[in-house]
Design a protein around this ligand. Structure first.
Ligand SMILES: [Zn+2]
Length: 135
């Protein structure tokens, strides 16, 4: 996986969280960009070179996750889960978009069920490890 970070948070922590989110997925030839967003979050995954984004020659599939500033959290999402902060959001959204890349890679039908379930699972695992004040 090639990771490009322009989101204004600690890069080492972002890298750690991305790795956690993508656990069990084969991320070879996948490129992930982590950016700032004006909204709480916005993402796209599983596409190939669109001619706009500069991708590495070693990457075939691409995912972009954009995350807003701290004032956007906490926020409720699908399956009654809560993104407590940007870190929860990064894990959840990265897992979702990375899963779309795997769908593309495996030429599986693109759908939302797989990515949504995978993201919910990664977030649940992350929150188990990072228990903090209930929001
Ligand atoms: Zn999706």
């Amino acid at each position: 996986m090639r990771l490009k970070i322009t989101y204004k948070k600690d890069k080492a922590r972002i890298k750690e969280l991305v790795e956690f989110a993508c656990q069990t997925l084969d991320m070879r030839r996948i490129e992930l960009h982590v950016k700032n967003s004006r909204r709480a979050y916005r993402g796209r995954g599983g596409y190939t070179n669109n001619g706009i984004t500069k991708m590495a020659k070693t990457s075939t599939w691409m995912a972009t996750v954009c995350i807003g500033n701290d004032s956007n959290f906490p926020i409720k999402v699908r399956y009654d889960q809560t993104l407590r902060d940007w870190q929860d959001c990064l894990v959840w959204l990265t897992a979702h978009e990375a899963h779309h890349c795997i769908q593309a890679k495996e030429r599986a039908k693109m759908n939302e069920k797989g990515p949504c379930r995978f993201a919910a699972w990664r977030l649940k695992e992350f929150q188990k490890l990072n228990k903090k004040e209930a929001l």
